[in-house]
Write a protein that binds this ligand. Structure first.
Ligand SMILES: *[C@@H]1O[C@H](CO)[C@@H](O)[C@H](O)[C@H]1NC(C)=O
Ligand SMILES: *[C@@H]1O[C@H](CO)[C@@H](O)[C@H](O)[C@H]1NC(C)=O
Ligand SMILES: *[C@@H]1O[C@H](CO)[C@@H](O)[C@H](O)[C@H]1NC(C)=O
Ligand SMILES: *[C@@H]1O[C@H](CO)[C@@H](O)[C@H](O)[C@H]1NC(C)=O
Ligand SMILES: *[C@@H]1O[C@H](CO)[C@@H](O)[C@H](O)[C@H]1NC(C)=O
Ligand SMILES: *[C@@H]1O[C@H](CO)[C@@H](O)[C@H](O)[C@H]1NC(C)=O
Ligand SMILES: *[C@@H]1O[C@H](CO)[C@@H](O)[C@H](O)[C@H]1NC(C)=O
Ligand SMILES: *[C@@H]1O[C@H](CO)[C@@H](O)[C@H](O)[C@H]1NC(C)=O
Ligand SMILES: *[C@@H]1O[C@H](CO)[C@@H](O)[C@H](O)[C@H]1NC(C)=O
Ligand SMILES: *[C@@H]1O[C@H](CO)[C@@H](O)[C@H](O)[C@H]1NC(C)=O
Ligand SMILES: *[C@@H]1O[C@H](CO)[C@@H](O)[C@H](O)[C@H]1NC(C)=O
Ligand SMILES: *[C@@H]1O[C@H](CO)[C@@H](O)[C@H](O)[C@H]1NC(C)=O
Ligand SMILES: [Cu+2]
Length: 562
């Protein structure tokens, strides 16, 4: 933040500085990736952190700022960092998914992520994008509106960042490596956390919890982030309603609710009015999972809203989290989301469609001669999009694309399922998938409608699918099989919510639209890390446009090499 401070000090000293350079336009951050011992759940273990913090530091910027983050790797693992939801217009090199836009930053190396935040304001998150390191390598990104531009809702008295995550007693790299070699589902985490703390849980009743200090009669903005690897979460505060004002750094029409649903990769800003005189009120972050056959961390994390002046001995007012399978609560929340769609923040929904795509998302089972565990039975669980289980390349797709290196990927990703079947009925007896490093190619500025359909293979499940490089509009969603004749008639093309991560409902579908106005290679994957590891991922390759301003920039000179 050096240059900003220099300017601020010059300003304070009364030195005449041109107004244009008074605004802090370049934000410098240093992310040292280091191992740090942490005590949680009554035991101590080393975890991989940024600057020794869990959760990691919050990155602050204003809309329009350029952000320079020097990431230095001092741990034994390869590392990359993704700026989840930052559009990275023409700067795909700074996006971060390993082997998609860059090779990893290896031990002892560093890389400067250089990107400018254009046309976005709100809360996003950063996280590692390689293996399962994001379990502990994550933090919030707070993008303030341009100086002098107000929020389109009452100005809060104070803001808090609330990061939901998991705590693992095991080393998460060992967990995913073990699962990939056994072919079985990976272990689950041991507790959830709210700003790094699980609160008292049966595994460790003395475990501490996060406290949110408030005063009576004020309005607070909570910037809530779900950084968990594998669980969608419900979030509640006892006796306090939440007014949702923004999701994934886009403003929404405000609405009140007592519970929000937030999937891994999503962010939600809510206003809370402290309309009690005093007291302590429980906050809960609890698991949402409709299917009972999938093993999951079902331990609820707790924290406390603490009014000033409340005695330490005052009992905490409790709240009951929704049942784990409360799909009605989840659907009510998702269906209430609408773009703000004001004059200043219009919903730019593509009204015509150039590429009409239909992708199935779900699991599969493939032969695995080395998977000898009794339960694995010489097979492995995989996941796929349109029956393609994505195979990670050995060099980044974006490099292969920019430098015309052949043999790394093919452009034959299918736009429709190769064999249509009753996706939400009895699954096909043959649950095998095909595999490959396939991308779907789009011309610059093409409009895309993409229907994501969950399959019931092994089990129907919700999939929080994340698209890099774009926001999309969620124009429709429903249960059962998507009906291409009837369902489009019900699409909302006026004020659908705009996001970067959506939950495909269990045994249902979601339709989204976006404009391919960002050249590069853009990953799309389930944000449940277990499904990503199993292959529920693909990429879009968006060609350059005609003008220089529609062209991918050349790679930075310090881009890591494989
Ligand atoms: C972290 O804990 C381990 C034991 O789990 C110990 O060997 C190591 O010295 C500790 N490291 C630091 C930096 O405290
Ligand atoms: C960041 O990228 C811009 C181009 O987008 C370039 O002009 C600038 O020099 C870069 N800054 C650094 C420190 O690399
Ligand atoms: C996963 O859980 C099993 C059963 O509790 C345990 O034996 C195994 O060591 C765990 N794996 C890792 C990597 O912690
Ligand atoms: C919360 O909002 C709902 C719906 O607007 C309302 O029915 C309820 O009374 C509110 N509860 C509190 C504690 O304000
Ligand atoms: C949570 O999961 C464990 C292990 O699957 C199970 O034994 C327990 O009953 C579950 N608890 C709740 C509250 O569902
Ligand atoms: C949720 O699970 C409970 C038992 O665990 C069951 O009685 C109930 O019917 C389920 N609800 C839904 C909506 O599936
Ligand atoms: C293992 O797979 C074989 C062949 O696919 C099948 O005949 C057998 O029933 C399976 N065994 C178990 C325990 O699933
Ligand atoms: C698909 O399966 C569901 C559930 O078994 C069934 O209700 C539905 O009729 C089937 N649809 C078609 C087109 O066969
Ligand atoms: C998926 O691909 C595999 C391998 O080619 C094939 O056996 C299977 O029938 C396909 N399944 C579907 C649903 O297309
Ligand atoms: C891809 O599929 C082929 C043919 O089934 C198989 O031999 C190969 O091992 C698979 N590769 C990966 C990385 O799963
Ligand atoms: C993109 O396409 C739209 C029509 O869908 C057109 O109005 C617009 O001018 C195009 N933009 C660019 C930059 O080509
Ligand atoms: C780190 O990445 C490099 C480049 O892709 C690769 O050669 C190396 O095996 C990786 N190291 C580890 C520990 O995964
Ligand atoms: Cu998934």
């Amino acid at each position: 933040m050096g240059s900003c401070w220099v300017r601020l000090i010059l300003l304070l000293l009364g030195v005449l500085v041109l107004p244009a350079i008074v605004e802090c336009r370049v934000r410098h951050y240093k992310f040292n990736v280091v191992t740090k011992n942490m005590t949680r759940l009554c035991s101590t273990k080393p975890i991989v952190t940024v600057n020794g913090k869990f959760p990691g530091p919050t990155l602050y910027a204003r809309e329009g700022d350029t952000v320079l983050v020097k990431v230095a790797n001092h741990v034994k693992y390869n590392v990359t960092i993704h700026w989840h939801g930052v559009r990275q217009l023409r700067t795909g090199w700074a996006d971060g998914p390993a082997y998609i836009t860059q090779c990893p930053i290896q031990t002892g190396q560093s890389f400067v992520y250089n990107f400018t935040i254009k046309g976005q304001r709100g809360t996003l998150l950063w996280h590692a994008h390689i293996q399962w390191l994001r379990a502990t390598l994550h933090g919030a990104i707070v993008i303030l509106p341009k100086r002098g531009v107000p929020y389109p809702f009452p100005k809060p008295n104070k803001e808090f960042v609330i990061i939901l995550a998991e705590w693992w007693k095991s080393d998460t790299e060992a967990v995913i490596n073990e699962a990939m070699s056994s072919g079985l589902a990976p272990n689950v985490s041991d507790a959830h956390t709210i700003n790094g703390h699980p609160g008292s849980v049966s595994a460790c009743p003395s475990e501490g919890s996060y406290t949110l200090p408030v005063e009576s009669g004020k309005t607070y903005l909570l910037r809530i982030v779900n950084a968990a690897l594998n669980e969608e979460l419900f979030f509640k505060i006892a006796q306090h309603n939440l007014t949702v004002v923004e999701v994934d750094a886009t403003y929404v029409k405000p609405f009140q609710t007592d519970t929000i649903l937030i999937t891994p990769g999503q962010t939600t800003n809510v206003l809370v009015t402290t309309d009690r005189n005093s007291g302590k009120y429980l906050i809960t972050a609890s698991t949402f999972m409709e299917t009972s056959i999938v093993a999951i961390d079902n331990v609820t994390a707790t924290a406390t809203v603490h009014y000033s002046g409340t005695l330490a001995s005052t009992p905490t007012m409790l709240t009951k989290p929704p049942p784990q399978n409360a799909s009605s609560v989840a659907n009510r929340f998702n269906n209430a989301l609408r773009s703000l769609d004001s004059k200043k923040y219009p919903a730019m929904v593509p009204k015509t469609v150039d590429h009409n795509l239909f992708f199935t998302v779900g699991l599969g089972v493939n032969p695995c001669p080395t998977c000898t565990a009794a339960a694995a039975n010489l097979s492995r669980v995989v996941a796929a999009v349109n029956n393609v289980t994505f195979v990670m390349p050995n060099i980044a797709l974006l490099q292969a694309h920019f430098f015309n290196i052949s043999g790394v990927f093919t452009t034959d990703f299918p736009g429709n399922p190769p064999t249509p079947f009753n996706y939400t009925g009895t699954p096909p007896a043959n649950m095998q998938t095909t595999n490959g490093t396939k991308v779907y190619r789009l011309p610059y500025n093409a409009t895309v409608q993409l229907v994501l359909q969950d399959t019931g293979i092994i089990a129907p499940e919700t999939h929080p699918v994340h698209l890099h490089g774009f926001n999309f509009f969620i124009v429709g969603r429903g249960l059962g099989n998507y009906n291409p004749k009837k369902d489009p008639k019900k699409f909302n093309l006026v004020d659908p919510v705009e996001r970067n991560t959506l939950g495909v409902p269990s045994g249902g579908w979601t339709a989204l639209r976006f404009r391919a106005d960002n050249p590069g290679v853009w990953f799309m994957h389930c944000h449940l890390e277990v499904h990503t590891s199993w292959g529920l991922k693909m990429a879009f390759l968006v060609d350059n446009g005609k003008r220089p301003s529609q062209t991918l920039l050349p790679p930075p000179s310090d881009l890591p090499q494989c």
